[in-house]
Write a protein that binds this ligand. Structure first.
Ligand SMILES: [Zn+2]
Length: 63
């Protein structure tokens, strides 16, 4: 008997955002700055980086 692992266990919903400039999908791996960690830690905010135009922007994640 072969057990197949369900797909929805390991695939977590990734927060995605689009660059306001070039409309490409942003990478969410950018680190949050100390300012965000200190003052905006209560906000569902994420620092996204666009590797196309090399700029970071903060995006509010709606849940
Ligand atoms: Zn961009």
């Amino acid at each position: 008997m072969i057990l197949s692992a369900p797909d929805n266990v390991t695939t977590r919903k990734k927060a995605t955002a689009v660059c306001s400039k070039c409309k490409s999908v942003l990478d969410s791996r950018a680190h949050r700055s100390w300012f965000v960690k200190t003052f905006l830690f209560w906000l569902p905010i994420r620092n996204f980086k666009c590797y196309k135009c090399n700029r970071t922007q903060y995006v509010l994640i709606n849940r």
